[in-house]
Design a protein around this ligand. Structure first.
Ligand code: PLP
Length: 357
């Protein structure tokens, strides 16, 4: 979280009242909430009234999947667990070995009353950007609406949720330098929508509950900063590419997932054969580098990533995969520290038998 975000939140936490109170104190809260709504709307490329604040990306995804009471849902196999589990019994679109969702099945769904398709804008493990515009076009031919989980894409690629034609998009503040526990569901095109959290008229009746003013204010400031930092993604992309180039030079049997298709500039997901992900994560942690094995949200589990498995990566290879995310503060010194730790670990462990043979 950046300093301006923390400062704005600290100030908001000291306010008296809440955004639903009609007295002067309440109106100050309301003003802060609506200013933040404007910033988040600007980041998403929609009008402010299209922003529904939630407790995070997980709630936004659950709301999107349930708000329309869909009979039949199509999702991809690389979605975040909050989509996979909220969608329940749905048809799963396949993913190609590069990590791109194959939507050709959509055309075959004509007449099957699919009412909602949910495919993320960019994957959280590989960073691979998904063909959501094409999916929207294909879905419209069978009369289905599209939801996209834009949690990872926000702040890394420009968003134009209205132009994209999706009915709904999910955002999370803590992925763009804002606080944890705040997010938003963005309503793009017209979509029949029923609140899932009931018991108050907040958020135009779309999500009940007293507004988390401090969190929302932090989200607004983070959204504003994220907009100005989009250009920095080019520098981050060059740093990521240099890291991958040097890793490849040192570890010849390295596999980098999704490297031949458009990816978010900050993400790199790769496998070092023979070196289990947990071993890599621990060695890097000792060197002061924090990375994830598979998806961070499920890193307590030792099961290989469902994303890599959906891409057809073998269980053995997936269990040796880690994900490195770079941020605006990272420099070449950080990359060198990662390289030294990982290359050192590989040397100590010896080459993978398959490579040595
Ligand atoms: N969707 C994606 C793609 C994510 O990466 C995450 C979190 O990592 C979420 C949803 C969940 O967001 P939150 O942590 O705000 O609940």
């Amino acid at each position: 979280m950046s300093e301006p975000v923390a400062n704005a939140m600290a100030e908001a936490m000291r306010l008296t009242g809440n955004a639903s109170s009609v007295h002067g104190f309440g109106r100050v809260h309301r003003q802060r909430v609506e200013e933040a709504r404007e910033e988040v709307a600007a980041l998403a490329g929609v009008k402010p009234e299209r922003v529904v604040f939630t407790s995070g990306g997980t709630e936004a995804n659950n709301l999107a999947l349930k708000a329309g009471g869909q009979q039949r849902t199509l999702i991809s196999g690389i979605e975040h667990d909050s989509v996979l589990q909220a969608a329940g019994n749905s048809v799963v679109l396949p993913t190609n070995p590069d990590g791109v969702v194959d939507w050709s099945l959509l055309a075959e769904s004509e007449g099957l009353e699919t009412t909602l398709v949910s495919v993320m804008l960019a994957n959280n493990e590989t960073g691979v950007i998904q063909p959501v515009a094409e999916i929207v076009e294909s879905a419209s031919r069978i009369g289905a609406a599209v939801h996209t989980d834009a949690v990872q894409a926000a702040g890394r690629i420009p968003l134009d949720i209205s132009g994209l034609g999706v009915a709904m998009a999910s955002l999370s503040a803590h992925k763009i330098g804002g606080p944890q526990g705040v997010g938003a569901l963005i309503l793009g095109a017209e979509f029949p929508f029923t609140a899932q959290i009931k018991g108050g008229g907040q958020e135009r009746g779309r999500r009940a509950g007293t507004e988390n003013t401090a969190g929302i204010v932090g989200f607004g400031v983070a959204a504003q900063i994220a907009q100005t930092r989009l250009d920095d993604m080019n520098r981050i992309g060059r740093l990521r590419d240099e890291m991958e180039m040097r890793l490849r030079r040192e570890i010849q049997d390295l596999s980098i997932f999704g490297d031949s298709v458009p990816r978010l500039a900050n993400t790199s997901c790769f496998a070092v054969p023979g070196l289990r992900a947990e071993t890599q994560v621990m060695a890097l942690d000792l060197a002061g580098v924090a990375v994830s094995a598979g998806s961070a949200c499920s890193s307590g589990k030792v099961t290989p990533s469902h994303v890599l498995r959906a891409m057809g990566v073998s269980e053995a290879q997936a269990s040796c995969a880690i994900r490195v995310s770079l941020g605006p503060e990272n420099t070449v010194t950080d990359v060198e520290r990662l390289l030294a730790a990982l290359v050192g670990l590989r040397r100590r462990s010896g080459p993978h038998p398959a490579t040595a043979a």
